[in-house]
Design a protein around this ligand. Structure first.
Ligand code: NAD
Ligand code: TYD
Length: 354
């Protein structure tokens, strides 16, 4: 494959949206390395199954011989690193996989990419990029009056997930400063949109509200997150990959802070509007449940650096994005049914029964 980008974790929520968008908008080929954990789903990529510019490899980013072989054989011009364990609640119940993939896996990937980069001729080295996809959760929690996180906000991760992502961000930074690896890091706020695994707040609430099941809200529901439609995040990543300054980090966000309870109520109202109100208003399904341990109160992102330097801006407002998302889950009931069987049911039972 000529002009290839190696994507890790491309069968997950954001990675699959990125691959679909990239193949539609860019002539590069994509090599997708994914372990297919519970969160990885090849059906997300059905639309490009026959595309000659796309290839899937089933494997672990921590498998160094495999990664070495892929880098040698395909000589990608860049790596976009999505692969991670990504769910805070799972990290609280069992942090091991988070350290294994997010820390050890990123380290293994960086080591192999560094060796590959150093073997490249000068011209190829100049074009090469390693883009690390990270999160706003590395910055910790804000009080209501605090300014949003900027790229210079000190790291203060609070969950095992956030700590493992912070560790990986630091490794990426070190590989740039020590070895000159041409890295880029993006830290993004909460994403929502098609193909998100329904253990995260928005798809969980859409599917439960559709089926008139209880809508679990942690604590008092006043925790605040900044929400960005996934396609806007993917566009930002493509922009940073093409034009970002090597060694820099870019915060990505939607300028869209919302309280959890407001989001859940908005989804209820949308479903009442779309599906019709044959029974009681769906807001009555809201059920306040035990809070997440160490639950961060507020995240907010200052995305002015990427806007100013690279001209990226979110296209969707929350109102347009959430409407599209609700319609997508209603229209893709088979996708949702397929991913909410087996291990999914087990997670829901264990997590919400206590
Ligand atoms: P996801 O959990 O939906 O997908 C993760 C993908 O990585 C899955 O396809 C999984 O099979 C794969 N994977 C896991 N371990 C692997 C391993 N060892 N080797 C190869 N593949 C492996 O996650 P997501 O929501 O798409 O997030 C993607 C990235 O974006 C993550 O790094 C996450 O930290 C970051 N991020 C997510 C959000 C969000 O709101 N979802 C926000 C900001 C940043
Ligand atoms: P989540 O989608 O897990 O993302 P993150 O923890 O990475 O921000 O959760 C978003 C918010 O919604 C977070 O404050 C926790 C809350 N939440 C609930 O209130 N109920 C739920 O069932 C879930 C999954 C999350």
């Amino acid at each position: 494959m000529e002009d290839t980008i190696l994507v890790t974790g491309g069968a997950g929520f954001i990675g699959s949206n990125f691959i679909l968008r990239q193949l539609a908008q860019d002539p590069s080929s994509i090599l997708n390395l994914d372990k297919l954990t519970y969160a990885g789903n090849l059906r997300n990529l059905d639309a490009i199954a026959g595309d000659r510019r796309y290839e899937f490899v089933h494997g672990d980013i921590g498998d160094r011989p495999l990664v070495r072989r892929l880098l040698q054989d395909r000589a990608p011009r860049g790596v976009v690193h999505f692969a991670a364990e990504s769910h805070v609640d799972r990290s609280i119940r069992g942090p091991d996989d988070f350290i294994r993939t997010n820390v050890d896996g990123t380290f293994a990937l960086l080591e192999e990419v560094r060796a590959h980069y150093e073997s490249l001729p000068e011209l190829a080295r100049r074009a090469f990029r390693f883009l690390h996809v990270s999160t706003d959760e590395v910055y910790g929690s804000l009080e209501s009056a605090d300014a949003p996180f900027s790229e210079s906000t000190p790291y203060a991760p609070n969950s095992p997930y956030a700590a493992s992502k912070a560790a990986s961000d630091h490794l990426v930074r070190a590989y740039h400063h020590t070895y000159g690896l041409p890295t880029l890091t993006t830290n993004c706020s909460n994403n929502y949109g098609p193909f998100q695994f329904p253990e995260k707040l928005i798809p969980l609430v859409i599917l439960n509200a559709r089926d008139r099941k209880p809508l679990p809200v942690y604590g008092d529901g006043q925790n605040v997150r900044d929400w960005l439609y996934v396609e806007d995040h993917c566009a930002a990543i493509a922009t940073v990959l093409a034009n970002g300054r090597v060694g820099e980090t870019y915060n990505i966000g939607g300028w869209n802070e919302k309280r959890n309870l407001d989001i859940v109520q908005l989804i209820c109202d949308l479903l009442d509007e779309i599906e019709g109100r044959s029974g009681a208003p769906r807001r009555e399904l809201i059920s306040f449940v035990r809070d997440r341990p160490g639950h961060d109160r507020r995240y907010a992102m200052d995305a002015s650096k990427i806007e100013r330097e690279l001209g990226w801006h979110p296209r969707e407002t929350f109102e347009t994005g959430i409407r599209k998302t609700v319609h997508w889950y209603l229209q893709n009931a088979t996708w949702a049914k397929d991913v909410t069987s087996g291990s999914y049911r087990q997670w829901i039972e264990t997590h919400y029964s206590s």
